[in-house]
Design a protein around this ligand. Structure first.
Ligand code: C5P
Length: 288
């Protein structure tokens, strides 16, 4: 019996995010260094005669298995591109808060594309991935990437020194379009990064000179983000704290996953939070 395919959907973390311009269709061009954290959702796909989705896990309550759920849209998009019927039993285990700047929906869609690609023996083309969301191509790659365009241009990054990450969210959902709409002022140039980072100190120094251009507009819409950033900066061993994506999740960088895990335990229990290392489990290639 084919019990199906299980794919991780780790949290996406934008270590910096420069908004470099705005296209005529309203989408913004970005320059961002994206890594993935060792926590995430999980998507399982198994053979079936029809398409269905069941959602479980600690954050399942905030999400309905409705037709426009990104996992179902990914299944339909992949099936349409492959010219086959969208038939599979999908299970989503939801651990990441929704609308929180760590790519939960995009990561789930990407994991569904990988799982169904393996199940159906088909590959995801770039247009199918991008049509599901600007972060889906990076989440499909599921490894450190430098993202540009509106998210569809992925470039390599030098090896990232071993580090620990704390994620903290004030339990307030923040819609991405509202944050982009609130952004104002001149656009940023792409970042000037060192060709390689010999150690964590040089990496953090490089990042420290950069920023997330969506932090100020997100904070205007969601003032508790400032408290989250202050709390992260006050944690013992925090090297740098910043918001990820369009928020409201913020991250802190630490020298080791153990230091991050210990520090995360000091954050207020009412916030969603996690501490550990970067995602480093093997991921199925997007091409089946
Ligand atoms: O592609 P996605 O569905 O994630 O984008 C949601 C919204 O966020 C877009 O409709 C747009 O308003 C904004 N956005 C943007 N530029 C990007 C990504 C998203 O303006 N690169």
């Amino acid at each position: 019996m084919n019990t199906g395919v299980t794919e991780p959907a780790p949290a996406k973390v934008n270590l910096y995010l420069h908004v470099t311009g705005c296209r005529t269709d309203g989408y913004h061009t970005l320059d961002s260094l994206v890594v993935f954290a060792g926590i995430g959702d999980t998507v399982q796909a198994a053979p079936a005669g029809t398409l269905s989705l069941a959602i479980t896990g600690p954050e399942a309550g905030s999400l309905a298995a409705e037709p426009d759920n990104l996992v179902l849209r990914a299944a339909r998009g992949l099936a349409a591109a492959a010219g086959r019927e969208a038939a599979a039993t999908l299970r989503l285990t939801k651990r990441l808060p929704v609308a929180s700047g760590i790519g939960g929906g995009s990561a789930d869609a990407a994991a569904a594309l990988r799982a169904l690609g393996a199940l159906w023996g088909t590959r995801t083309d770039d247009a199918t991935a991008l049509a599901l969301g600007a972060d889906v191509p990076a989440c499909l790659a599921c490894q450190p990437v430098r993202m540009s365009g509106i998210g569809e241009v992925l470039g390599p990054v030098p090896p990232i020194p071993k580090l620990g990450i704390v994620l903290a969210n004030p339990r307030l959902a923040l819609p991405t379009p509202a944050v982009f709409a609130r952004r104002s002022g001149p656009f940023s140039p792409p970042a000037a990064l060192a060709p390689r980072w010999p150690d964590l100190a040089s990496f953090v120094q490089d990042l420290g000179a950069l920023r997330n251009d969506l932090e100020a507009p997100a904070m205007a819409l969601c003032p508790p983000i400032a408290e989250v950033l202050s709390a992260l900066r006050a944690l013992p061993g925090c090297l740098l704290a910043r918001m990820s994506g369009s928020g409201a999740t913020c991250f802190g960088l630490f020298a080791t996953p153990a230091a991050a895990a210990a520090a995360a335990r000091l954050l207020p229990a009412i916030w969603w939070h996690w501490g550990g290392g970067v995602f480093d489990a093997p991921v199925r290639a997007p091409q089946a």
